[in-house]
Design a protein around this ligand. Structure first.
Ligand code: PEP
Ligand code: MG
Length: 609
C-alpha cells in the first residue's frame, strides 16, 4: 500500500542520541520521500531447521550442500570486503579486520572441519552440523574466558565467540534460504536498516508501521526497489558501510530522493528533514487534485496512465491515483512466502478481487515471471525449478521458458485469469519472450485452456481476452515486427531491457552506475519496438520504471508512446508532466535525443529539458 497519510508524527519528538556524531552515508535513491525514525537493525530470524539428520546414503550430498553454502557466504563477504575499500579510513579500520576474520572462518577452520565431520560421521544435516559445531566452539571459548583469562582477554574471547555465531548464522541462512521475517518486531515509525533485503522480504513489510528503509545492497530498478516504491516507503539501497556505522538507539534520516542516509542528524539537519517530510506530504495533497483531470497534452492528445500492481495492498492507492487500469499485475506475489503453490481457485479469487476493484478498467495480468532475482521457494519445494544459486537465473529458465516447460503451472494460471475475466476486462501478458515460437506455443495452450473451461460450463466469448507480451530482451525488441504477428499487444519492460542490453544486473549495487535506461542502445530498442507496434497496429505501452519518471515523459511521448503503466505514487507527477507538454515539441526533443551517441549527453538533455 502506498501511504495515503503522512508518516506517523512521532519523529517530532526524536533527537540524535547525545554524544553520537552525525554520520552521512550515500547510496542509491530508490523510493522518494524523507523518513525520520529510530533505526531498527533487522535481526535475522532464528532459521527454521526442518531436518536434523540424514541417511548415510545422503551424507555426501549434504556435504556438497555445505560446501555450496560456504562458497556463497564467501562470495557475499568478498563483496562486502571490496565495498569497505570505498569507505572513509576510520570505517575501514573498524570493518576490514572483522570481515577478514569471517573469511578466515570460511577457510580451513575448526568450524568447518567440525561441521564436515558431523555430517560425514554423525549423519547430521548441514544446518544442524554448523550450529552444533559453532555452539561447541563458542562454549569452549567462553568457558575459558570465565575460567582463567584476564578481563581484556575475556572481552576478546567473547567477541570471538560472537564472530563464530555470526558466521554460522550466515551459513545457515544460505543453507535454508530463510527470508528476514523479524519485521513483526519492527517498532512503529522505525527506519529498517539491513545488509540486504530480498523482494520476498520487502513484500512482508507493513508500510503503515515503517518510516523508511536503508540497505547496504541493492540497485535502482531491482525488484526490491520496485517493491519499496510500490509500498511508498522512502528508501535508499546500496549504501556501503551502513551496518558498520549504525548503532542501536541511533536516529536516522533517509532521503529516498537524494539517496542519502544520515545517522544521528545534527539539530539543523533534523529540522530540515522535518520540513522535507511536511513538504512531501503537502505535495501529495496537491497531487490529489489532479485525480479528476484528464491525462491530456496541451494539444489535446489523450495519454493512458495505468498502474503497476505488485501487491494487493496497493489497490486503494491505485484507485486514488485515478489510474486508467492496471497495465502490469506482477503475479509473483501470489507465489511468494508460502510453502505450496496456489491452486486455480485461490488464484482466480485473487485476480477477481483486483478486477472487481478496478470496476471496468482493464487489468493486464502477467503470468508468473520466475527467475532473475525473483526467487520463489514454493516452486523449488514443488521440484519445478532448480535452486537459483546453482544457475545463472537471469539467463536461464526465466518467465515464459519455465511456463512452457511446466505446462500444468501455466494452464492453472491461465484458467484462473480467464475465470477472473468474468468480473471485468482482463488481458494476459507473457514475460521474457524471445521468440515467435514461444508466443505461438503459449497461444495454443491458452486456446486449449479456453476450450476446457467452456466444456466445464464457463461462458467465454469466442475470442479470448488479448494475449500480449513483454518486450524486455534485446532479442524481442529487435524482432518486434515479427512478434507483432502473434502478440495482441506489447508492454515494454525497460527494467530488464536495460539490464539485458547493457549486461548489468538490476539489483547489483556494484554495477549500479552502469545501469542506464537512457543509454542510446536501450532507447534505440524502445524506438524500434514502438515503431514496429505502430506499423502493425498493436497497442504498445511502457511498464518498466522509466514510465513513472516524469523527466522522461517528454522523450517517451516523442518516441510515439501514448500508454504508460507505473507505480501508483508516480502517476500524478507523470500526469502533471503530460498536461504541460505538446506532442510536436516532444517529437523534436526525441529526435535530438536519438541523435546522441553518448549516454551522458542524453542525460544532460533530459536534465535541462
Ligand atoms: C521490466 O522488466 O521492465 C518489467 C516491468 O518487469 P519486472 O520489473 O517485473 O521484471
Ligand atoms: Mg521484467
Amino acid at each position: 500500500m502506498n501511504r495515503t497519510e503522512p508518516p506517523p508524527p512521532q519523529h517530532r519528538r526524536l533527537a540524535a542520541a547525545p554524544g553520537r556524531p552525525e554520520k552521512r552515508l550515500a547510496g542509491i535513491a530508490v523510493s522518494p520521500g524523507v523518513a525520520i525514525g529510530p533505526v531498527f537493525g533487522a535481526a535475522e530470524p532464528e532459521p527454521e531447521i526442518l531436518r536434523h539428520r540424514v541417511a548415510a546414503a545422503d551424507a555426501p550430498a549434504e556435504g556438497a550442500r555445505l560446501e555450496a553454502a560456504v562458497a556463497q557466504s564467501r562470495k557475499q563477504l568478498m563483496k562486502l570486503r571490496a565495498r569497505v575499500g570505498a569507505l572513509p579510513e576510520d570505517s575501514q579500520v573498524e570493518l576490514a579486520p572483522l570481515i577478514d576474520a569471517y573469511l578466515a572462518m570460511l577457510g580451513n577452520s575448526r568450524l568447518l572441519r567440525g561441521a564436515r565431520r558431523r555430517i560425514a560421521e554423525g549423519l547430521q544435516a548441514a544446518e544442524a552440523a554448523v550450529l552444533a559445531e559453532a555452539a561447541a566452539i563458542a562454549a569452549a571459548i567462553t568457558g575459558q574466558a570465565g575460567r582463567d583469562a584476564a578481563a581484556e582477554d575475556r572481552a576478546g574471547l567473547r567477541r570471538r565467540a560472537d564472530e563464530i555465531h555470526e558466521i554460522a548464522r550466515r551459513l545457515v541462512r544460505n543453507l535454508t534460504r530463510a527470508p528476514f521475517q523479524s519485521f513483526a518486531a519492527l517498532p512503529p515509525g522505525a527506519v529498517l536498516i539491513c545488509e540486504s533485503l530480498r523482494p520476498a522480504d520487502a513484500a512482508l513489510l507493513d508500510p503503515a508501521r515503517l518510516a523508511g528503509v536503508a540497505a547496504e545492497e541493492g540497485g535502482a530498478d531491482g525488484h526490491t526497489a520496485v517493491m519499496l516504491r510500490a509500498l511508498g516507503v522512502p528508501a535508499v539501497l546500496g549504501v556501503p558501510g551502513l551496518m558498520g556505522a549504525m548503532r542501536p538507539g541511533d536516529v536516522a534520516v533517509v532521503d529516498g530522493g537524494a539517496g542519502t542516509v544520515v545517522l544521528n542528524p545534527s539539530p539543523p539537519r533534523l529540522a530540515a528533514a522535518r520540513r522535507a517530510v511536511t513538504a512531501f506530504a503537502r505535495e501529495r495533497r496537491r497531487f490529489a487534485g489532479l485525480r479528476r483531470l484528464p491525462a491530456e497534452t496541451l494539444d489535446g492528445i489523450a495519454v493512458e496512465l495505468a498502474a503497476n500492481l505488485e501487491l494487493p495492498v496497493e489497490l486503494p492507492l491505485i484507485q486514488q491515483a485515478g489510474a486508467q487500469g492496471i497495465g502490469l499485475l506482477r503475479s509473483e506475489f501470489l507465489f511468494m512466502n508460502r510453502e505450496g503453490l496456489p491452486d486455480e481457485d485461490a488464484q482466480a479469487e485473487a485476480y477477481r478481487a483486483v478486477v472487481e476493484a478496478m470496476a471496468g478498467a482493464p487489468v493486464t495480468i502477467r503470468v508468473l515471471d520466475w527467475g532473475g532475482e525473483k526467487e520463489i521457494e514454493a516452486l523449488a519445494a514443488a521440484g519445478l525449478v532448480p535452486e537459483l544459486a546453482d544457475t545463472n537465473p537471469a539467463l536461464g529458465l526465466r518467465g515464459i521458458r519455465l511456463l512452457l516447460r511446466e505446462t500444468e503451472l501455466f494452464e492453472t494460471q491461465l484458467a484462473a485469469i480467464l475465470r477472473a475475466g468474468a468480473a471485468g476486462p482482463v488481458r494476459v501478458m507473457l514475460p521474457m519472450v524471445t521468440t515467435l515460437a514461444e508466443v505461438r506455443a503459449a497461444r495454443e495452450i491458452y486456446e486449449r485452456v479456453g476450450r476446457r473451461l467452456r466444456r466445464r460450463g464457463l461462458r467465454l466469448a469466442e475470442k479470448l481476452p488479448p494475449l500480449g507480451i513483454m518486450i524486455e530482451t534485446p532479442g524481442a525488441a529487435l524482432s518486434a515486427d515479427a512478434l507483432a504477428l502473434e502478440a495482441d499487444f506489447f508492454a515494454i519492460g525497460t527494467n530488464d531491457l536495460t539490464a539485458y542490453t547493457l549486461a548489468v544486473d538490476r539489483g547489483e549495487s556494484d554495477v549500479a552506475a552502469l545501469y542506464d535506461p537512457l543509454h542510446p542502445a536501450v532507447l534505440r530498442l524502445v524506438q524500434f519496438s514502438v515503431e514496429a507496434a505502430l506499423r502493425m497496429h498493436r497497442p504498445v505501452s511502457v511498464c518498466g520504471e522509466m514510465a513513472g519518471d516524469p523527466r522522461l515523459t517528454r522523450l517517451l511521448l516523442g518516441l510515439g508512446l501514448r500508454s504508460f503503466s507505473m507505480n501508483a505514487a508516480a502517476l500524478p507527477r507523470v500526469k502533471q508532466a503530460v498536461r504541460g507538454l505538446r506532442i510536436e515539441e516532444c517529437v523534436r526533443f526525441a529526435r535530438r535525443v536519438m541523435e546522441q551517441a553518448d549516454p551522458a549527453a542524453i542525460a544532460a538533455l533530459v536534465a535541462e529539458a
